[in-house]
Design a binder for this molecule. Structure first.
Ligand code: Q46
Ligand code: ZN
Ligand code: ZN
Length: 301
């Protein structure tokens, strides 16, 4: 296997591009993919402050690394979810990455600052933990961005994640979710812009990026992911990708280019008529926002 660019020994092959790369040219490939994604979707404007949602896993650490490398003013935020040893180890990975490079990492601990954790919230709501977790993350990443003056929150969703979510939304025709499944959600009063710069890079590429760059990330998956239906969609998509490399990219990027806009109106309807949450002041459709309602049920469990 030889590098497509320099013909030296390759360390990574990417079937959907029908290409292999040496370490140096693989890093260049990753940067180029991110640079092009940022430009294509106009994710950042000059001088903006970026907050990277960091979990300690490969995607978010690679994203932070790539953004700094591309010259962006990017800090991180880590949310302590209280999911046993998994959370302890992921916090160590996030802190070590930031400390070694002198980057700024904000930390929010759910149990200490909000009085609940994800296993407790799941028990209190009798729902799958990922629902409470996703809601808490969305709310708190945004809150940190707004409070500390960041213009945009960047998350490490990769091509595999986006393809799985898209398949789930298509299978159930969740049209308002389809309308929101865009790599840029514009800022609205009380909400920072949200962007996903890794949507052209797959899971394997992100793992390889971390290895080549010497980034220590937490390899184990969250123990509460079981039952997360997106894992099933990922398996199905991997079978398709294996038979026909490029399927995931064609699915996601084709949707964004050709169809996403058609569903935007469904998402807009829900964004109308936002008032302020009685408890925390966040924009919400009701009197009390979903995060504060979750917290009220979960505190003390
Ligand atoms: S951390 Fe949270 Fe994930 Fe764990 S509980 Fe589910 S959503 S799986 S990315
Ligand atoms: Zn090369
Ligand atoms: Zn609230």
């Amino acid at each position: 296997m030889k590098c497509r660019v320099c013909r030296g020994p390759a360390v990574v092959d990417i079937r959907r591009h029908n290409a292999a790369f040496c370490g140096e040219h693989f890093l260049h490939h990753c940067r180029e993919q991110v640079r092009r994604t940022i430009k294509h979707y106009t994710m950042f404007r000059p001088g903006e402050r970026v907050l990277v949602a960091v979990s300690g896993g490969k995607d978010s650490l690679a994203l932070w690394d790539l953004l700094v490398d591309l010259g962006y003013d990017a800090d991180g935020v880590y949310l302590g979810l209280g999911i046993g040893e998994y959370s302890d180890r992921s916090a160590l990975a996030a802190r070590a990455y930031a400390d070694e490079r002198g980057y700024r990492l904000h930390e929010v601990d759910l149990a200490v600052e909000y009085g609940y954790d994800i296993p407790g919230a799941a028990a209190a709501t009798r729902r799958a933990p990922c629902g409470a977790c996703g809601l808490s993350k969305r709310h708190l990443f945004n809150a940190v961005a707004i409070e500390r003056g960041y213009d945009v929150v960047a998350t490490g969703h990769n091509l595999d994640d986006e393809a799985a979510v898209l398949l789930g939304n298509v299978v159930r025709w969740e049209t308002s979710y389809l309308g929101r499944q865009h790599p840029v959600l514009p800022a609205t009063p009380g909400f920072a812009r949200k962007v996903k710069p890794l949507i052209r890079l797959g899971e394997r590429e992100m793992a390889a990026y971390c290895v080549v760059r010497g980034i220590d990330y937490i390899v184990e998956e969250c123990p509460m992911a079981e039952g997360n239906r997106h894992l099933g969609y990922k398996d199905v998509l991997n079978v398709l990708e294996d038979r026909s490399p490029g399927t995931k990219a064609a699915f996601v990027l084709g949707f964004l280019d050709r169809a996403q806009e058609r569903f935007a109106a469904d998402a807009d309807v829900e964004r109308e008529a936002l008032g302020e949450c009685f408890v925390c002041g966040s924009p919400t459709t009701g009197d009390v926002c979903a995060f504060c309602r979750l917290r009220e049920r979960a505190v003390g469990t």
